[in-house]
Write a protein that binds this ligand. Sequence first.
Ligand code: SF4
Length: 384
Amino acid sequence: MTTPVRDLPLLLLGHGSDPASERGVDCPGDLPPASDPGLVERARAAKAALGDQVFVLGHHYQRDEVIQFADVTGDSFKLAREAAARPEAPYVVFCGVHFMAESADILTADHQRVVLPDLGAGCSMADMATFDQVEECWEALEDAGIAGDVVPVTYMNSSADIKGFVGRHGGVVCTSSNAKRALDWAYAKGSKVLFLPDQHLGRNTAVLEMGLGLDDCVVYNPHRPDGGLSGRELRDARMILWRGHCSVHGRFSKESVDEVRARVPGVNVLVHPECKHEVVLAADQVGSTEYIIKALDAAPAGSAWAIGTELNLVRRLAGAHPDKNVMFLDKAVCFCSTMNRIDLPHLVWSLESLVRGEVVNQIEVEPETARHARAALDQMLALP
Ligand code: SF4
């Protein structure tokens, strides 16, 4: 019998290291205890006291205890745009991860201050491409004599430094819903693309939507000299994929698709494009989180859906559609551990600090980086 996804125990997916300690982030020590029964009431009271002064954004992968306080929910790009569309709110509390709060800071007005309730909420995928590594990669492309032909494209899930690099080199940011349009634009401008940092979104879009072959793609490994690629391999490639991936979506396998099909006849398998190529090939549909939400809204009662994306969202979809059989596409259940760092105690602490006039955990992108990153983001907004 299938266990309803909403009843599964909460397990966290480890990323092999503690992002908070890597960033040198210490807990400030005055957080309310997680077991405090008054936390919900305290969050409500702080938000009411702040009124229009604060705008709370909640990413789809956030915990239920946090998302209930979001003024708007969405994917990273929708949330950054929502923040930019609220210049009257001086404080933007971003319940998501670090790169999202950076994008919000870049897109919001100068007087708006963006707060990330826990600075340890990073993203393992974004951390897989550092500025120095990408600079080294560009030097390898120059040595191979192809840098002038390459247009860099970075996924929204990258640091402001990487977006700034891409903006400086005439490239564009993309999301999982506009990756094809971004690649259309890039290939009209140059014959090759450097796609950062998610190899799976890059490969899935190039092969399944752009008609490129798998042999048109090479993978640049930042931990090997020249990315582990010869000059000839770089010159022959049309798509140079960065060796990065999402620690959550990368866990889904073709075996999990086969297993759910055998267990639930007629099930629709719907996965996110951050999943591996063979998983996307085996699925019935592929799409961004917003696509997944709309597909479930439009699905007929009684239909069965195995969803390959983050579990907080899948659990909420299961709760919102009791007339459909919505399940998680894997036996080993996992949440995004960094997304889950934003919990009610951190949200209460950041809101109550704002009530006292104290801005904690403000995310600020250095102005020169922000200027170039903004160019790459604006280029995305201008895509046809
Ligand atoms: S789900 Fe994946 S891409 Fe999203 S924040 Fe977590 S690790 Fe990063």
